[in-house]
Design a protein around this ligand. Structure first.
Ligand code: PHE
Length: 464
């Protein structure tokens, strides 16, 4: 596509909401609260916010600036920055191709729960074995994945301003209202269990907010830092090609710094409120035991049980909860598909329609394999980081834990050492905008961010 014909977001609000739509996803609603519960609540929160303002800010700014400066999607952007670094573009395009099929499969699970709650199946959804029964079925998960990815493809087909921007402008504000609404409700809960113990949502909030260092060794704190960094990285949609693609649609007269700050605040605030919505409710009904033992099953196993225990109101809250998660997941899935579709368009000079159809078919095809990974194609392998994996986990591990840190480390080397940080700083300040935290940026991109990323990668590889 010729540069002068490239479509763009209509203005900075459209860009901020689309990018926030990408950033706010399953990671915020499902993973953040579960990590916070596991890692000592307040301690995790404090570390997360500090890293967001330094590490996250550096990487987010870098990718958006690369996109806007080159006016290219990830596959072709990096070679424009420096011809010898063309391969980062290839990697940054493989990452979304790996993520989209399994994100689509999980998006489908959320749709299934939404449908179950709407059709009076709340108690059934709370019963033991429901989740496993559903994901190991041969046909149903495939159908829901298909619906979710078809909706994603349709919005991508409509284009940047008429599809992505329009949908984000509607869904994101609604999402914020719903999440805050449930969070407030969650704080009002009082529950008495069979043993007569009374627990309240407010007590759960305290566990979430107050940092506890009790019994924590240096190694535990190190794990919290690593968890927070991995989460942040994923949550801001960094190293997936997305922010480069979205950056390429930002108008030259937009104040990038202001938009980046807004995106970060949006993403962190939604993650925080997701915790306020989930942790007090799970604590009131299941106690601190329930919080730490739920793990990744928090959203699909523990929460339906909590909604069920609430009685009639639980069905309504459940419906609102799952529709919020659908919105969050859909806007993220859109962004990851756009990273690929825009890459096909730029590299092969394809029309949006053709690129969308091709990528839609690939995503759905691989999505079927991911779903069948719990049925006909079931197997288990141990991963270097100690986890046991099926197809979905393997794709998640390869993209998230290996390729994403590699893309980010290479980007830091490219910008920090090869073309130098002025490449990004000049792009951000070209409209006369001020680059706050400029000195911090220079140090982060050259030294601190790559070192932290290497540690993250070594941890994922099971070396440390
Ligand atoms: N930031 C997203 C989230 O928190 C991560 C993501 C974006 C994943 C786009 C897939 C696609 O869920």
């Amino acid at each position: 596509m010729e540069n002068n014909k490239r479509t763009s977001f209509s203005g900075s609000i459209g860009f901020v909401l689309a990018a926030a739509g990408s950033a706010v996803g399953l990671g915020n609603i499902w993973r953040f609260p579960y990590l916070a519960a596991k890692d000592g609540g307040g301690l995790f929160l404090v570390i997360y916010v500090v890293l967001a303002l330094t590490f996250g800010f550096t990487l987010l700014t870098t990718e958006i600036a690369i996109g806007r400066k080159t006016k290219q999607s990830p596959l072709t952007a990096y070679e424009k920055v420096h011809p010898k670094f063309k391969w980062i573009g290839t990697l940054a395009c493989i990452v979304p191709m790996l993520i989209i099929p399994y994100y689509g499969a999980i998006g489908g699970w959320v749709v299934k729960y939404f449908v179950a709650f709407c059709t009076g199946g709340a108690s059934k959804a709370a019963s033991d074995g429901y989740f496993t029964g559903f994901i190991t079925a041969p046909v149903e998960p495939v159908i829901y994945m298909f619906i979710f990815l078809l909706a994603t493809s349709f919005i991508i087909y409509l284009g940047v301003d008429k599809g992505i921007e329009k949908v984000s402008k509607i869904l994101m504000p609604v999402l914020v209202v719903l999440v805050i609404g449930i969070a407030v409700f969650s704080l009002t809960i009082t529950h008495t269990d069979e043993t007569g113990t009374v627990r309240t949502g407010m007590e759960g909030l305290k566990i979430y907010l107050i940092p506890s260092l009790e019994g924590k060794t240096i190694k535990d704190v190190f794990i919290v830092v690593m968890d927070a960094m991995g989460q942040l990285f994923y949550s801001l949609s960094i190293a997936m090609g997305i922010m480069v693609a979205y950056g390429s649609y930002v108008r030259d007269d937009d104040n990038l710094m202001r938009s980046i700050n807004q995106i970060e605040i949006f993403d962190t605030a939604v993650a925080f409120f997701a915790g306020v919505m989930i942790i007090p409710a799970v604590f009131a009904f299941m106690g601190s035991e329930g919080l730490t033992s739920s793990g990744p099953g928090l959203m699909f196993i523990s929460l339906p049980k909590v909604f069920d225990e609430m009685g009639g109101v639980g069905t309504v809250i459940g419906i609102i909860f799952f529709i919020s998660v659908i919105f969050a997941a859909l806007t993220s899935c859109i962004s990851i598909m756009e990273a690929i579709v825009s890459s096909f368009m730029d590299r092969f000079n394809m029309s949006r329609k053709k690129a969308t159809i091709i990528e839609g078919l690939i995503a759905i095809g691989v999505g079927v394999i991911v779903c069948l990974g719990y049925n006909a194609l079931y197997f288990e392998v141990p991963l270097p980081n100690g986890a046991t994996a099926q197809i979905l986990d393997i794709m998640d591990y390869l993209s998230n834990n290996i390729l994403m840190p590699v893309v980010a480390i290479s980007t830091c080397i490219l910008i920090g050492w090869v073309v130098k940080s002025s490449y990004v700083i000049d792009e951000v300040t070209k409209t006369g905008a001020k680059f706050g935290r400029k000195q911090l940026y220079k140090v982060m991109i050259r030294f601190i961010a790559p070192v932290l990323l290497v540690i993250l990668l070594l941890e994922a590889l099971g070396i440390i």
